[in-house]
Design a protein around this ligand. Structure first.
Ligand SMILES: NC(=O)c1ccc[n+]([C@@H]2O[C@H](COP(=O)([O-])OP(=O)(O)OC[C@H]3O[C@@H](n4cnc5c(N)ncnc54)[C@H](O)[C@@H]3O)[C@@H](O)[C@H]2O)c1
Length: 540
């Protein structure tokens, strides 16, 4: 049978199977049920009520219901005290939330969202109840972060009306909602939920049902990589976090973020991701498992990667390194490239005496480092390798803020502390990085960007959707593809190739789509650097 005829038959069959559900999509949402008023559910109920939608609030028992309403009341009172809403608004919003004694109160709602603990068994029970009481036209949504929406839907009588509606924490603040459709979703239902998200003032990203959706599938392996670098002694916790804040411009370092999310929660999501994708990137770092086993689950237990004395700011358990004195005279070694010119001008601006001849006396041999090239050969060629460190300024991402001081296997402790003191004198935050591909910033960032490129390459999400998910869901100041275009596809490609050559991990292998963009000189985003820019969505 010709393929086209087969396609037409399948298309007609699917349309027939889904036809009975089409009225779901056209429906106006006047009232919703929120099942589970914990951390997320209380916030989600607030979001609906603030948008003028009536909320039936359902909990496991009366005590839990009162606790959940207490979270909601506290949040609304905070909004009043900050002047975001008036006391009259508060009363009106609160009046839209109707506490319910049981599931039967959801009989008249247009949409019910389940926000109970992340266990398939509990969620299936909730959906069985909702299936029983809700009208056949009602949409049923789950806020699951990592379970299969398809598995939840498949356990219901009408799986066509089941979708994922994944809010981010805190729900009233975070603007992203991932709308997840399954192979069973009725046509139009995901669009109706996306339209509802927009009505709530959120930005929906519509995706198919895959573990971690967009944001968690990209965020968790990056966090896992950061803790595995700490575990391997690659760098200190403080430097790993500083590399990402000062070097990339992220609002929080990955280790501090792990502590905030909870190491146990992060481990559970990684296990789901590993179960689905299986690659090296998702194997939870041994240190992550050990910390969870030890009960060091992060901020909530007062101790995770960092210690939180009395709930205050994090304190690293490692002591500060030895402080050195900045050099008066530096021997600058480079290969006549932009890295050398940039370092020379920074040194000149700080009034440091610079010589270019390694035979002349100086306090430090400074190799102008490039992310894809090792420092050691230049240090050896200078003849005083013990007095040499590299310095790399990854300034395109967060201009003028970070220096990576690169320690080779021959750098003396004095050279290292002098290099760190030099960075401070130059007015830069400094991290100590080993002489390995990508140093520290690239080692963390390039595999993260490769994951994002693979997600687009696989046809799962567009570059624009990935950028939206990471900025609105994870608080990135710019999306991964904007970061990639700023660093330059060629630079990222070279960094990944060097990392793949050095370690051989499959996840470091540059994705073909990245190689194509680098070869063609095409940026991933319209506003990105590069001779030509492609529409982010055409890459699908
Ligand atoms: N916490 C987050 O940062 C976050 C972010 C996005 C999504 N999620 C997802 O949201 C869901 C809820 O997470 P959470 O952090 O709000 O959990 P939580 O433990 O804070 O809240 C769960 C609530 O469900 C209630 N509950 C339990 N069984 C119930 C039942 N049979 N009927 C009615 N209510 C019941 C509990 O009493 C509790 O109040 C999970 O699927 C989670 O993966 C969480």
């Amino acid at each position: 049978m010709p393929t086209v005829a087969l396609g037409a038959i399948i298309g007609r069959s699917l349309a027939a199977a889904r036809g009975r559900d089409c009225n779901l999509a056209a429906m106006e949402i006047h009232e919703v049920a929120v099942v589970g008023l914990g951390t997320m559910g209380a916030g989600i109920a607030e979001v609906f009520a603030r948008a003028g939608i009536g909320v039936v609030a359902i909990e496991a028992d009366e005590a839990a219901l009162n606790r959940g309403l207490g979270i909601l009341d506290a949040s609304l009172s905070r909004a009043v005290s900050r002047g975001r809403i008036t006391a009259a608004d508060q009363a009106e919003i609160r009046g839209r939330v109707r506490p319910a004694a049981g599931f039967s109160a959801a009989a008249g709602v247009d949409l019910a969202i389940e926000v109970v603990p992340e266990q398939l068994q509990i969620k299936r029970q909730i959906f069985a109840e909702l299936d029983r009481v809700c009208s056949p036209e009602a949409i049923l949504a789950t806020n699951t972060s990592s379970l299969s929406v398809t598995a939840i839907a498949a356990g219901t009588a009408n799986p066509g009306r089941v979708v994922g509606m994944h809010f981010f924490n805190p729900a009233p603040v975070m603007r992203l909602v991932e709308v997840v459709s399954t192979v069973l979703s009725a046509e139009g239902v995901p669009d109706a939920v996306a339209a509802l998200a927009r009505r709530l003032g959120k930005t929906p990203v519509q995706v198919a049902d895959r573990a971690g959706f967009v944001a968690n599938a990209l965020l968790l392996p990056y966090l896992n990589h950061a803790i595995s670098l700490l575990d391997a002694g690659y760098s200190s916790a403080a430097d790993i976090d500083l590399a990402c804040t000062a070097g990339i411009g992220l609002p929080m370092g990955p280790l501090a973020l792990l502590d905030m999310i909870g190491l146990d929660t992060s481990l559970a999501i990684l296990e789901v991701l590993h179960g689905e994708f299986g690659g090296d990137r998702y194997v939870p770092a041994a240190l992550l498992r050990r910390l969870v086993e030890a009960g060091r689950t992060g901020r909530k237990s007062g101790r995770g990667i960092y210690t939180y004395p009395g709930g205050a700011d994090p304190r690293s358990d490692a002591g500060p390194g030895e402080a050195g004195s900045p050099p008066d005279t530096v021997t600058l070694i480079g290969s006549g490239d932009s890295a050398e010119a940039e370092l020379a001008s920074v040194l000149a601006a700080a009034g440091i005496n610079v010589t270019r001849n390694a035979a002349h006396r100086s306090d430090l041999i400074l190799i102008a480092a490039q992310a894809g090239r090792p420092v050691l050969p230049a240090a050896l060629a200078a003849g005083r390798a013990d007095e040499a460190v590299g310095m790399h300024l990854p300034g395109t991402l967060a201009p003028g803020s970070l220096a990576e001081v690169v320690q080779t296997s021959l750098s003396s402790p004095v050279a290292v502390s002098t290099g760190m003191a030099l960075a401070a004198k130059l007015g830069l935050s400094a991290v100590l990085a080993p002489d390995r591909p990508g140093f520290l910033v690239g080692a963390l960032l390039y595999p993260h960007l490769a994951d994002a490129v693979r997600m687009v390459q696989d046809g799962y999400a567009s570059a624009a959707d990935v950028n939206t998910a990471m900025t609105l869901g994870c608080g990135y100041p710019t999306g991964p593809f904007e970061l990639l275009d700023t660093a330059g596809p060629t630079t990222v490609l070279a960094g990944l190739e060097a990392m793949y050559d050095a370690y051989g991990y499959p996840s470091f292998a540059p994705p073909p789509l990245l190689a194509e963009h680098a070869a063609a000189g095409i940026a991933f985003t319209r506003r990105g650097a590069g001779p030509r820019s492609a529409d982010a969505t055409t890459a699908r």
